[in-house]
Write a protein that binds this ligand. Structure first.
Ligand code: HEM
Ligand code: 2DC
Length: 469
């Protein structure tokens, strides 16, 4: 017979005291390490309350399977109140990221077809490949200008541009021109606003934004400013496509991008389309660029592995005779590398669901409605789950037994990442081109760790050296 909910170990009796201790540990930036430590202290399940945020935390793949079986018809993750408060405050609609219930489901089903279905890859791949090629040209130019036949730099700003250019080309079927020498300052501002938006969200996970707004706190004001910048730029892009569509007469055969497809499909209201497309544009920048930065960092640390990947890519290029869609089916180790990056450096520190039914995990009873979190960062580093977890080893993903509820970087099920296909394809194409063009080296002997800024990001600049092959 299962033990009662109240006996789950952990610190959940006094949220305010726990918040104070959390703050003393610099918990706002160390959330992932604190979770890891809690699993070490309490075992594979613990209950926690920080401020007004209460949850049960789990770490085992088998328990993740139980959690996702209980997610119900309308899976619901932790509500990020900062994001909903902003939209309530400015009277803007929620997109698929923030909707719940039947409204979420109808929107998500329609969006799935246009954004995450495998059929769309043939439309996305040529667009993403063009951006990849332009990015390579841009890097070669930078190297030429340096006069040193190499370039040593923190690539993160370049990667933000690459990611925004990629996601925009898929969403709008049009280029923003971020691979050019002189870029639109508004696009740069959009990138900066996303970073600020993430940064200012994390404190508001624990302190209600409504309260911060009432006292006129700086985080809230910065957060509003960040979202305003994001929405203004997205609105401009959307208006632009909308105007073009209305002026166009005949239907061209060319793929017009996600936004135009949704407008032509006419199954969602324009307001719903705008809300979700804005979220897709904002969600498509820091996530993929930081995952790529971590991947380059790991390849620089493992030169032999880098050569192995390069060999796989060049064999795939030869076998597919340059057909990129075909080539993507021939690079299992590159795909393994991306999974390995997300295992050690996940974007999301946890996956969460409010469970729809009672469940039993680790022999504890958990009632329906509880927020249950899978500690993704902790799971990726747990020696009971992954053999020699500290080692970056893409080949571990070539074995099927590694997979069972272990590759969860994009979440799981009908509520998983909507941008997943775009992200995966964009990142695979990027790595193909990088491996074909440059040797990647690490400059100094610095060890980079993660820091929590709502998503996990490197705690210091990652300095890499690119040398043309
Ligand atoms: C949701 C990860 C890139 C848009 C999520 C979730 C995760 C995630 C873990 C929550 C899933 C769940 O609760 O089961 C990632 C990672 C990325 C990435 C690791 C890249 C490496 C992107 C991109 C876009 C995007 C490129 C947009 C094009 C979204 C949206 C949701 C979401 C809209 C909410 C879906 C919903 O609630 O129905 N992502 N993401 N993500 N992501 Fe991503
Ligand atoms: C952050 O404790 C830590 O993909 C919290 O592209 C729990 C939590 C809830 C929701 C997660 C969030 C964490 C991390 C960032 C995620 C988000 C859901 C979607 C979002 C994982 C784990 C992200 C980055 C989206 C963001 C789109 C947005 C900018 C429009």
């Amino acid at each position: 017979i299962a033990r009662p909910f109240s006996e789950i170990p952990g610190l959940w009796k006094n949220g305010v005291v726990n918040l104070y201790n959390f703050w003393k540990l610099d918990g706002f930036r160390n959330l992932h390490r604190i979770m890891l430590q809690n699993f070490n202290t309490f075992g594979p399940i613990y209950r926690e309350k920080i401020g007004y945020y209460e949850s049960v935390n789990i770490i085992k793949p088998e328990d993740a399977a139980i959690l996702f079986k209980a997610e119900g018809h309308y899976p619901k993750r932790l509500k990020v109140e900062a994001w909903t408060s902003y939209r309530d405050y400015r009277n803007r609609k929620y997109g698929v990221l923030l909707k719940n219930g039947e409204d979420w489901r109808t929107n998500r089903v329609i969006l799935n077809k246009e954004v995450i279905s495998l059929k769309m890859l043939e439309n996305f791949v040529p667009l993403l490949d063009d951006v990849g090629l332009d990015f390579m040209a841009r890097l070669h130019k930078k190297i030429k200008r340096s006069g040193q036949n190499k370039w040593t730099t923190d690539l993160s700003q370049e990667l933000f541009k690459y990611a925004l250019e990629s996601v925009s080309s898929v969403l709008y079927g049009e280029r923003l021109g971020l691979m050019l020498d002189y870029i639109d300052p508004e696009a740069q501002r959009f990138i900066d606003c996303i970073t600020l938006m993430f940064k200012t969200t994390s404190p508001m996970l624990y302190i209600p934004p409504a309260l911060l707004r009432q006292v006129g706190a700086k985080v809230w004001r910065d957060h509003v400013e960040a979202w305003d910048g994001i929405f203004n730029q997205a609105d401009r892009c959307i208006q632009n496509i909308y105007r073009q569509l209305r002026q166009e007469t005949g239907t061209s055969k060319e793929y017009p991008g996600v936004l135009a497809s949704l407008l032509l499909l006419d199954r969602l209201s324009i307001e719903d389309i705008k809300a979700s497309v804005t979220e897709l544009m904002a969600g498509g920048v820091d996530t993929t660029s930081i995952t790529l930065l971590w991947t380059l960092y790991e390849l620089a640390r493992h030169p032999n592995l880098q050569e192995e990947l390069r060999a796989e890519v060049s064999a795939a290029r030869a076998a597919s005779q340059g057909d990129m869609l075909d080539m993507l089916k021939r690079i299992p180790l590159v795909k393994g590398a991306l999974k390995e990056t997300l295992r050690l450096h996940p974007v999301a520190v946890s996956l969460q669901r409010y469970i729809a039914e009672d469940i039993i995990i680790q022999n504890y009873h958990i009632p329906a409605g509880t927020l249950v979190q899978l500690g993704l960062y902790a799971m990726g580093r747990d020696p009971k789950v992954f053999f020699r977890p500290e080692q970056y080893q893409p080949s571990r993903w070539l074995r099927t037994e590694t997979q069972y509820f272990r590759s969860l970087g994009f979440g799981f099920g009908p509520r998983q990442c909507l941008g997943r296909r775009i992200a995966e394809t964009e990142m695979q194409i990027f790595l193909i081109h990088m491996l074909e063009n440059f040797r990647i080296e690490k400059q100094r002997n610095v060890d980079v760790q993660s820091t929590f800024e709502l998503i996990l990001v490197p705690d210091k600049p990652v300095i890499l050296t690119l040398k043309p092959l």
